[in-house]
Design a protein. Structure first.
Length: 392
């Protein structure tokens, strides 16, 4: 492509936001910040660039392959952050490790992944989310899921749900089996696709049989309300699997007490990233989208890579995905359009209006009278100062 033409193009997988889209983006960001702060979360601001080794910590093979990598002038490998959780974990492990617990942190920032662009997937997008550090209880998990529910409500949609799983249940079933990370990934993918034939094939390859195989084959069907926990208990005698179900039952109970049960689906087939997640994991969906808007879970082993071990749970929402279904804010024009007048009274009027929080535009096109009125009305102005007599 010629250089002149290249200057006019965006790199693949990136986008520009302007006009109503930019307004909706800013409004959603502000609403989510307000929501997070209501629950007691404080903001952290994190670097966009980090060492490749740091940002790859506990990354799945897919995410590891999607990093944008480059070198600094000293030859050290750097990368653009592919998510926000690892930078938060580094901050907690290296700087905030001695703060009183629990820590409640939220963030907003761009992340970058070299992925194939498709619906709901970009190479640059904004993540907003929370991390609750230093509490391993069902109460902590329930709080994070509740904040995720409120984040979905912020979109203004009527129908949404959280699919909540418990990775420790299947880990309990597999306890004692020498499975590699690749083995776990293959099993995760088969279960996530809810393909009985594929699950059976993977189980044969891994030489998993008996009670464990029967329990794993049942996972895709264990999706619904709290009754599935009773069904799951009958599939295994593993004490650790039963403890995981007890924890999940308590999380569900707490969320039901706060009125969230109607938007909550228990899904024991939610087993993604077993090498990363250490307890609950979940996805958030809204009506009209075939992919999740937010995701999260418990990751108790991540912060220990950077400092003292700390239990942690959190979630992240993709703002660009959310904008596909969010109710846009009402269009708003300027509250006041004033002449570009040198008279002190006109200039003072504009200044006072801005101090009161009004949106004030100054006419810069040299128009006045009816021409100014017509132009201001086209921009949706609520009030117009179309003339000045130089005396008031």
């Amino acid at each position: 492509m010629a250089s002149n033409e290249l200057r006019r193009q965006r790199p693949l997988g990136l986008t520009d936001l302007f006009g109503a889209q930019a307004v909706a983006y800013a409004a959603l960001e502000c609403n989510l910040i307000e929501q997070f702060e209501r629950w007691g979360y404080g903001r952290v601001v994190l670097p966009t660039i980090g060492y490749d080794e740091t940002l790859s910590t506990q990354a799945s093979p897919q995410l590891h392959a999607q990093l944008y990598r480059f070198f600094d002038r000293d030859g050290r490998a750097l990368a653009l952050r592919p998510d926000m959780t690892v930078p938060v974990a580094r901050l907690v492990g290296t700087t905030l490790y001695d703060r009183p617990l629990p820590l409640r942190l939220y963030y907003t920032g761009k992340v970058f992944r070299y992925a194939q662009p498709q619906a709901g997937q970009r190479r640059e997008f904004t993540q907003m989310g929370i991390e609750l550090v230093g509490a391993a209880s069902p109460e902590a998990d329930a709080e994070v899921v509740a904040v995720a529910m409120e984040a979905l409500r912020t979109l203004g949609v009527e129908t949404f749900q959280i699919n909540l799983g418990q990775v420790d249940f299947i880990k309990g079933i597999l306890n004692g089996m020498a499975l590699s990370a690749d083995d776990l990934i293959g099993l995760e993918q088969a279960i996530s696709r809810k393909s009985r034939g594929e699950i059976e094939r993977v189980l044969r390859q891994l030489e998993i049989g008996g009670e464990a195989a029967e329990a794993i084959q049942a996972l895709p069907g264990l999706c619904g309300d709290a009754s599935i926990i009773t069904q799951a208990r009958q599939l295994t005698i593993s004490p650790s699997a039963h403890r995981a179900l007890d924890h999940l039952a308590r999380v569900y109970e707490l969320l039901a007490l706060d009125g969230y049960a109607e938007h909550l689906i228990l899904d024991l087939g939610e087993v993604r990233s077993m090498d990363y997640y250490t307890g609950i994991s979940f996805h958030g969906y809204v009506e009209g989208l075939g992919f999740h808007v937010l995701s999260g879970g418990r990751y108790d082993r991540l912060i220990g890579h950077f400092g003292p071990d700390r239990p942690a749970v959190g979630f992240a929402m993709s703002i660009e995905r959310a904008l596909l279904v969010a109710q846009p804010p009402a269009a708003r024009g300027p509250d006041l359009v004033v002449l570009a007048c040198q008279h002190p009274a006109c200039r003072r009027l504009a200044a006072v209006a801005r101090e009161l929080g009004l949106r004030v535009e100054t006419e810069l096109g040299g128009r006045s009278g009816q021409a100014l009125i017509k132009a201001a009305q086209a921009r949706g102005a609520a009030r117009i100062v179309s003339a000045c007599d130089g005396e008031r």
